[in-house]
Design a protein around this ligand. Structure first.
Ligand code: NAD
Length: 252
């Protein structure tokens, strides 16, 4: 497939997990890609085996507006336009209303929420020109509450509603905006958690498909939402969760 031939895509958090899989997916479908991350080694890993005339990397901290603006400009300078931004970089945040530190709260909001907003804002004029689109990475944790993850829940809820609210205005400019909302995906973010076998068995019970996702399964949906195949999908937060959101949570 070459749905993205001649198109330019930015992926944040492109040095690991879902973002790395998205870079490879978009590049595999013909796109020019700028992979952004704060992790230089991760970006080098992403780049390996890819055509460096079409895939470039950039060290970016998405919680810094100037970094994000520089990232967008770099993609436009190198490839001439911007068609897609996948605002995907994110971090976790553990704790309850009592145990979460406010420093951790501010950090998760700065990366997961401000970072997405900066990406949408900087990319928007270019996407308006190209009639391009935005795909944000939300989470199933933005659609309801989890135990012991309050800051993360708040941040991903904001990403989900930023996606819907932005779509309300951007449709008239021809800029589509959507998000994916994954449940457990086997990436760097979950590596530590996955050592807890009992917890993993609980996940397998809760998810009707009985397993977590591989990053490539999320990247494929991101590519669908970014493609012309989704030309009338707008303002949607798409659960990619093996059926989790469809379940009432009642025991078997
Ligand atoms: P990951 O840790 O493998 O990848 C996240 C990447 O984001 C890393 O390369 C990291 O360096 C980068 N990053 C973090 N902060 C950054 C910053 N300030 N600036 C630039 N880059 C930064 O995790 P992942 O699972 O691939 O996470 C990708 C997205 O998916 C995140 O938004 C995460 O919240 C979301 N998500 C993950 C899961 C899961 O179970 N893994 C589930 C739902 C949603």
């Amino acid at each position: 497939m070459s749905r993205f031939s001649g198109k330019t895509v930015i992926v944040t958090g492109g040095g690991s997990g879902i973002g790395q899989a998205a870079v490879r997916r978009f590049a595999g479908e013909g796109a020019n890609v700028l992979a952004a991350d704060r992790d230089e080694d991760g970006l080098a890993e992403t780049l390996s085996g890819l055509d460096t005339s079409r895939v470039i990397t950039r060290i970016v901290d998405v919680s810094r507006q100037d970094d994000v603006e520089g990232m967008v400009q770099a993609a436009v300078d190198r490839f001439g336009a911007l068609d897609v931004i996948h605002n995907n970089a994110g971090v976790g945040c553990d704790g309850t209303v009592q145990t979460m530190t406010l420093d951790d709260y501010r950090k998760v909001m700065a990366i997961n929420v401000d970072g997405v907003l900066y990406g949408c804002r900087a990319a928007y004029p270019h996407l308006k020109k190209s009639r391009g689109c935005i795909v944000n990475t939300a989470s199933i944790s933005g659609l309801g509450g989890d135990s012991q993850m309050l800051g993360y829940n708040i941040s991903k809820g904001a990403v989900a509603n930023l996606t819907r609210a932005l779509a309300r205005d951007s449709g008239k400019d021809g800029v589509r905006v959507n998000a994916v909302a994954p449940t457990l995906v086997h990436t760097g973010m979950t590596a530590e958690m996955e050592d807890d076998k009992a917890l993993m068995q609980e996940f397998a019970k809760l998810i009707p498909m009985g397993r977590g996702a591989q990053p490539e399964e999320i990247a494929a949906v991101v590519a669908f939402l970014a493609s012309d195949d989704a030309s009338f999908v707008h303002g949607h937060v798409l659960s990619v969760d093996g059926g989790l959101a469809a379940s009432t949570g009642q025991p078997d």
